[in-house]
Design a binder for this molecule. Structure first.
Ligand code: SF4
Length: 167
C-alpha cells in the first residue's frame, strides 16, 4: 500500500515514551496557528513510500520501544496508518498516533470514524486535538498545548467513555 510521507525519524525521544520510530505523514487540513511542521500541510508534498518498506524498517530496528504516527495528520491516510500500526503491534511494539481532530470530532463524523476504526484497534495512545498557541505549555509532556489529550483509545472505544492516561 502506498503512503505519502513527510519524513521518518528513526530514533525519537520526544513523541512518546522510550525510543520511537516516528513516521510523519504528509498532509494536514487543520492549519493550526504556530504549527511547527507547516511543510507537512500540502497533500502533494512529501515522498511516496510503500508501507511494506516502512514495516521492514520497523522490523529491522532492534533499538525501538515503539512507533509514533505523526504528521501532518495520519488520519488522512487511515489505511496506510492502520497497516503500519497493525504490523507494529504484531511485533509487540507500543503504538502512538497524533491527530489534529479531537476524539469527539472524529466520533461525530461517521465517515471519518469508519475510516479510522481499524487504525484505532492497533493504537495504544491517541494524542488528539489541534495545537492551540494560546494554550501552549511546556508542562504537558508529549503535547504542545494543554487542550491535547493522551487517550487510551482502545479502552475508550470499548467502554464508550474517554480514558486519558497520565504520564
Ligand atoms: S494538526 Fe499538527 S501538523 Fe496539522 S497544523 Fe496542527 S500542529 Fe500542524
Amino acid at each position: 500500500m502506498k503512503a505519502r510521507i513527510a519524513g521518518i525519524k528513526k530514533h525519537s525521544l520526544v513523541n512518546g515514551p522510550g525510543v520511537r520510530m516516528t513516521i510523519f505523514f504528509q498532509g494536514c487540513i487543520h492549519h493550526c496557528n504556530g504549527c511547527q511542521n507547516p511543510d507537512t500541510w500540502s497533500a502533494d508534498g512529501g515522498v511516496i513510500y510503500d508501507t511494506d518498506d516502512i514495516i521492514r524498517m520497523i522490523k529491522d530496528d532492534r533499538y525501538i520501544d515503539g512507533i509514533t504516527l505523526s504528521g501532518g495528520d495520519p488520519l488522512l491516510q487511515p489505511d496506510a496508518a492502520a497497516a503500519i500500526a497493525q504490523a507494529s503491534k504484531q511485533l509487540d511494539l507500543s503504538v502512538w498516533c497524533y491527530t489534529g481532530w479531537s476524539y469527539e470530532e472524529i466520533k461525530q463524523d461517521p465517515d471519518l470514524y469508519n475510516k479510522c476504526s481499524r487504525l484505532f484497534r492497533y493504537v495504544d495512545v491517541l494524542v488528539d486535538g489541534r495545537f492551540l498557541q494560546e494554550k501552549k505549555s511546556s508542562d504537558c509532556i508529549y503535547r504542545g498545548s494543554i487542550n491535547q489529550r493522551l487517550i487510551d483509545i482502545r479502552k475508550t472505544e470499548k467502554e464508550k467513555c474517554i480514558y486519558e492516561i497520565s504520564i
